[in-house]
Design a protein around this ligand. Structure first.
Ligand code: DQA
Length: 146
């Protein structure tokens, strides 16, 4: 089983950016924890991060016929990017959405979410543990499809 984890803009600044909101765990900690989850759950985990919308569209398109499912934190593109939604719809893979912060309880401008309705499940407000929850949920979902 192969899962692609995609992180959008500024997620590479974890541990530096707005620690009161996103916590002290660093981006390196996140990558390490993805590696550990992959070993524990026996899943091949591919990770991609970009600060550029088109790169995120490109990696989603490349996932077609290459991965079994997607875990995505589109970060600010959650609230702006129809292109990301369209790419996800195009490849039509089971997709779980993650947000480190409790985004539904934050500013009004974060309440527009182009991804949520497409995602089979969303996790928000669990810090970097949300990625683990998302991967385990997606693994179970994929196992049940077989
Ligand atoms: C975020 C929430 C978004 O609103 C924000 O733009 C981010 C991170 C989160 O993980 O909580 O960059 O997706």
């Amino acid at each position: 089983m192969k899962i692609l984890v995609i992180n959008g803009p500024n997620i590479n600044m974890l541990g530096i950016r707005e620690i009161d909101i996103y916590g002290k765990e660093t981006y390196e900690n996140l990558l390490q924890s993805l590696h550990t989850i992959g070993l524990e759950e026996n899943i091949e985990i591919e990770h991609f991060q970009s600060n550029h919308e088109g790169n995120i569209v490109d990696i989603i398109q490349k996932s077609y016929n290459n991965v079994d499912g997607i875990v995505i934190n589109p970060a600010a593109y959650t609230h702006t990017s129809i292109a990301t939604l369209d790419a996800l719809k195009a490849v039509n893979l089971p997709t779980v959405e993650v947000h480190i912060s409790k985004v539904s309880k934050r500013e009004d401008f974060r309440q527009t979410n182009f991804i949520r309705d497409f995602a089979i499940k969303s996790y928000e407000g669990y810090g970097i543990d949300g990625y683990k929850k998302a991967i385990i949920y997606l693994k179970k979902y994929l196992e049940e499809q077989v």
